[in-house]
Design a protein around this ligand. Sequence first.
Ligand code: GLA
Length: 424
Amino acid sequence: MGDMCWPSEFQLQEMRKQVSELSGRDAKEVRVVVSPFRICPLGAHIDHQGGVVSAMTINKGVLLGFVPSVDSQVFLRSRQFKGDVRFSVDKVQSKAHLEQATEDCQWGNYARGAIYALKTKQRIMKGITGIICGFDGLDSSGLSSSAAVGVAYLLAFECANNLNVSPLENIEYDRLIENEYLGLKNGILDQSAVLLSSYGCLTCMNCKSKEYNLIPSPVLATDQKAEKNDRYRILIAFSGIQQCLTTNPGYNRRVSECQEAASVLLKAAGNKNLDPILCNVPPEYYEAHKGELDPHLAKRAEHYFSENRRVRKGLEAWRAGNIPAFGKLMSESGLSSIQNYECGSPPLIHLYEIMVKAPGVYGTRFSGAGFRGCCLAFVDVDKASEAAAFVKKEYCKLQPELTGKMQEDKMVLICDAGGCACVV
Ligand code: GLA
């Protein structure tokens, strides 16, 4: 069921029709990249420190319809953003092209970034003509539309240039787009989820070794045969604050604080030659030397070490099909993001506190970085609508100004797990 609702055959046909009109080519030549959004129920903010994370996708995301160009030209339109993006794949070599993009066409930076990344290893001769379209209202909302978009461009350019690239290589290419081209010091959680997920499984990624596995659960989200109490749906509730991480200094600041904490701990343990990231600090060093950290660094480190423990326990709960136990860990993770990682803004904290109390919610936390965007929850399949109504009502009471500007039917979304990005 999770994979069936999005994209619909109608959405695919519409996309083929529009790209055919834009490019003057036959609709049969149009390919569509289906690139889902990701959620990270456990393992927040530890990917950039080499921690072990859990992730999955939802059955909503980005569609990119395209035809390969006959030459090196790229021509793109967006259904959400203004302006046409035009460039030649021959010309994108450095970040200099990023600065040249006009305000209206900043959205094209992910496409330029994809070419920048691919050209570090591949020969790219052909551009594409295409239309990109995110699921209505879900951009910059904490579901990693940026990774979904980056991956979509990578897959489209690879297809147009007849390249066969593995998911692990694409994880690295997307890292180049975000870390090098766009300057965000994020980890590899988002694109790993988008590229590796499989419906019904939790993707578990060791962000240091890049080893991963897909862990099936005996409980499928909406499986009619599963025990009623254990089936779940995914609730996504929006705070009303949308801002790209690349324009919010908070994310990179926290990454630097984690590195400072790692530096102090490694030095205290006489191991200062190792890379200053927290996965290089064994938990026993942390326990022995945490008293030497400044209070704010001690909190960041506490988040890292406690989150790793929660992921480990969460994977066991998932394997056993124990969604209530998994959910409890999610809410604990959410609390640690508020108290230790301190990345929640007041509206998001309100949303978290409401979601914890909502009927049928097994567990909840901020989705993504937590500075803006949404909260996600796993909720009892039979109580999803009741929970959504409760969250909407209570959040409107606490945040009348923000919610006054939101479309009522877009405030809370009920969805299901999805699969991985692919070209259809
Ligand atoms: C953002 C980043 C990810 C990850 C999450 C928090 O989505 O892009 O790399 O750090 O925040 O878990």
